[in-house]
Design a protein around this ligand. Structure first.
Ligand code: NAI
Length: 289
């Protein structure tokens, strides 16, 4: 049993707490927003209900997760610290600087950044060797994959320890050879999202059509056959020909997304606002897709 401290008790922080506590680990959670800590126990309870944990076991798991009122208190009691604050480099730098003054130089820190370079997150740290990217997927207690992403300065033992501990939770753990923004999963995911938005901007189809295409083809196929395996099925000669034919038509370098920007200007940010690329007539949605 390890005593974890999670900084940031939002969507990911509370979900990571559930995944760790389910395996018997103790978890303290600190958040700068007191309301997040007040609601922590209820959100943990909802997660456990959602995944069908029996009430008697749910109580045990819930008891392992405690809100902590200050960063120094969290630092004092933690053997491993998980950073799950907002995805802004400056915020992460501030949190890590404050944290490092309160913990031993060899206490590992796992950052859950979605796409930031681990070396950049570690840039201002006194002991960057203790930082490793441990990228969970939402919801962390349901999605199997966790990516372990070393930065340029990450200590090999810190990386291995993270890999082994995450694997011991029953997760599907993958280790990247080197630091790359977006890791593997988000680079693949957002390549698809970027191309989908480009097709919308080009007037090729409606947003619903893109979802239909993915659900009725790629989504089904990729549940059992990964894109590398599939390329071998297609044949690498045909794969090469397709890539050559598409090379000048894909949106690979664009950072122009007019449809998306127009929706953002109208504060239509997606399901939580009741409107986004699709219409959500029932208004606010569940936090777990
Ligand atoms: P969130 O907004 O739900 O939670 C972030 C929490 O950090 C908030 O509760 C906020 O009050 C807290 N926070 C902000 N500054 C703080 C500070 N200085 N000290 C302590 N707490 C502070 O965001 P979410 O979605 O949980 O994301 C957290 C991290 O996980 C981000 O880096 C995000 O990119 C990453 N991530 C998010 C995924 C997702 O699907 N939402 C998936 C995988 C990673």
């Amino acid at each position: 049993m390890t005593c974890f401290g999670i900084i940031g008790g939002g969507l990911m922080g509370h979900g990571i707490a559930v995944a760790l506590a389910q395996a018997g680990h103790q978890v303290g959670v600190f958040d700068i927003d007191p309301a997040v800590l007040t609601s922590l126990s209820d959100r943990v309870g909802q997660a456990l209900t959602r995944i069908g944990v029996p009430p008697e076991h749910a109580c045990e798991v819930r008891d392992l997760i405690v809100p902590i009122g200050s960063l120094p208190d969290l630092a004092r009691r933690s053997e491993i610290v998980v950073e799950a604050v907002s995805e802004r480099l400056a915020v992460k730098h501030d949190v890590l600087a404050a944290l490092e003054s309160d913990i031993a130089p060899d206490t590992p820190i796992w950052t859950n950044t979605s796409v930031l370079s681990i070396s950049k997150v570690a840039h201002a740290m006194a002991h960057p060797q203790r930082l490793v990217g441990v990228h969970w997927w939402n919801p962390p207690y349901l999605i199997p994959l966790v990516e372990i992403a070393p930065g340029a300065a990450s200590d090999a033992n810190v990386v291995k320890h993270a890999y082994d501990l995450i694997t011991s939770l029953g997760k599907t753990t993958v280790l990247l050879h080197r630091d790359v923004p977006g890791f593997i999963g988000n680079r693949l995911q957002f390549a698809l999202v970027r191309e989908a938005l480009y097709l919308l901007d080009e007037g090729v189809c409606e947003p619903e059509t893109i979802d239909t295409v993915v659900r009725a083809s790629l989504g089904l196929r990729w549940a059992t056959v990964g894109p590398m395996e599939n390329a071998d099925y297609i044949g690498l000669d045909l794969t090469r020909a397709i890539l050559s034919n598409l090379a000048h038509d894909l949106s690979t370098q664009t950072n122009s997304f007019p449809t998306l920007d127009q929706l953002l200007e109208q504060a239509r940010t997606g399901r939580p606002t009741g409107s986004g690329l699709l219409a959500w007539p029932d208004g606010r949605g569940d936090e777990v897709a």
